[in-house]
Design a protein around this ligand. Structure first.
Ligand SMILES: *[C@@H]1O[C@H](CO)[C@@H](O)[C@H](O)[C@H]1NC(C)=O
Ligand SMILES: *[C@@H]1O[C@H](CO)[C@@H](O)[C@H](O)[C@H]1NC(C)=O
Ligand SMILES: *[C@@H]1O[C@H](CO)[C@@H](O)[C@H](O)[C@H]1NC(C)=O
Length: 393
């Protein structure tokens, strides 16, 4: 799920309409509040409204979800959870996304506490006490390196980000640095792979000494040239390793929102990525609602999660790769709880290729969001913590 979005990045207040799944409103948002044809602007929370498929007449008052991504039409395939199981049945990582630093998309640089926020260390501590050992920290590249990808860091934002990262890693957990940018910078698809290498060299240098940092090349590339997605991932890997950050894992993401369900047809070229340290982890995302977007609290069936990831499980194994389910969630209902359980059991049974999973999402500003994993009262936390805790690494 994304809490920010590809399209709503009209930093200059352009009048264009926001695109599919784009941000179209929210505290501090300066882009267009109308959506392109076929989409309607739906309030998600005070900081975020999003262009969702539909017309104004069909308006649903989705008070909760932030985000989404288009995806699979609901799978009607019979359950085929027949990938051979292997591995030791233990995850290396199990944790929670942490949102906030990437909020206020389109308002750059924006103001701390008004347009964006960083995760709460006490909430993270609670989750660490629950056993979770990985947190994916969303941030925006426009705020970390304003104006150009090759610019130097913004000191205040870097300090915020570093504080969050250090809190997590000093507690013994892993912190995933997640530029929540969808392969874009100020709304434009990143095509300059050299500049992307330069960005990652800088970030790599900054965190080279911290082996519990994980570098995530970018959140949810989508609607981009497939070869470009491959090249951007490789450019990031090259930059990070050139910076001397050699001990860390790198999470790579694919095109089309890095969906697990379509990985085996969309992102097969990603098998060509190389890393001299051999520490690449393929990060995929998967939701369980009808269109895999994570915008609906209902899950298709108890089997849907397994059906949607089995192809990815096979792909990882066939290609000698390992993966992580970087985003998943389900609504507060028994079908979703079964679907989540079955999904996690499948991943666990295939832990030779699945290193772990991260719930979407924690963060201080989710309010009554249907998946909020913010202790103590977030809907997702209340309904899923005891279920998920069984899978902590
Ligand atoms: C981030 O920066 C703001 C403003 O400088 C500061 O008040 C806050 O404590 C910092 N840290 C976090 C984790 O938000
Ligand atoms: C691709 O993945 C999907 C979803 O998991 C699966 O249903 C399908 O059988 C896979 N196709 C191939 C050719 O592996
Ligand atoms: C993880 O967190 C980031 C923000 O912190 C969010 O944008 C992203 O979509 C999340 N991914 C998952 C898998 O939850």
């Amino acid at each position: 799920m994304k809490s920010s979005i590809l399209a709503g990045v009209f930093a200059t207040g352009a009048v264009a309409q926001s695109g599919p799944w784009g941000q179209c409103g929210g505290n501090g948002f300066q882009g267009s509040t109308s959506c392109v044809s076929g989409y309607q602007c739906v309030y998600q929370n005070d900081w975020y409204s999003q262009c969702l498929p539909g017309t104004a007449a069909a308006s649903t008052t989705l008070k909760t979800s932030t985000t989404a991504k288009p995806s699979a039409t609901s799978s009607s395939a019979p359950a085929t959870s027949s990938s051979p199981s292997s591995g030791n049945g233990k995850f290396k990582w199990f944790g929670v996304n942490q949102s906030g630093g990437e909020f206020g998309e389109g308002n750059y640089p924006g103001t701390w506490g008004k347009h964006f926020i960083f995760p709460s260390s006490s909430a993270i501590q609670t989750l660490i006490n629950d056993g979770y050992n990985i947190f994916r920290v969303g941030f925006s590249m426009e705020r970390l390196v304003p104006n150009q990808l090759t610019s130097s860091f913004d000191d205040g934002y870097l300090r915020n980000l570093t504080e969050t990262v250090n809190f997590i890693t000093n507690a013994g957990a892993y912190a995933v640095l997640d530029p929540h940018n969808y392969g874009r910078y100020y709304g434009n698809i990143i095509t300059d792979t050299n500049a992307f290498t330069s960005f990652w060299t800088k970030v790599g240098k900054q965190f080279a000494a911290n082996s519990r940092v994980v570098f995530d090349t970018n959140n949810e590339y989508n609607t981009m040239d497939q070869t470009l997605v491959l090249n951007l991932n490789q450019a990031a890997i090259n930059g990070i390793r050139a910076a001397g950050a050699t001990s860390q894992y790198i999470f790579v993401e694919g095109n089309q929102w890095s969906g697990a369900w379509s990985w085996n047809t969309t992102n097969t070229n990603m098998a060509a990525l190389t890393d001299p340290q051999n520490k690449l982890v393929y990060e995929m995302h998967q939701y369980l609602d009808a269109d895999s977007s994570g915008t609906n609290a209902a899950c298709v069936s108890a089997e849907i999660g397994v059906q949607r990831v089995v192809g990815a499980t096979s792909w990882l194994r066939a290609n000698g790769k390992v993966g992580v389910l970087g985003e998943f969630a389900g609504g507060a209902n028994s079908v979703c709880q079964s679907a989540v359980t079955n999904l996690l059991e499948h991943l666990k049974a295939n832990s030779d290729v699945w290193t772990g999973a991260l719930w979407w999402a924690g963060g201080p500003w989710w309010a009554d969001y249907m998946f909020s994993f913010e202790p103590p009262s977030g809907t997702g936390y209340v309904n899923y913590n005891s279920l998920l805790k069984k899978y902590v690494a």
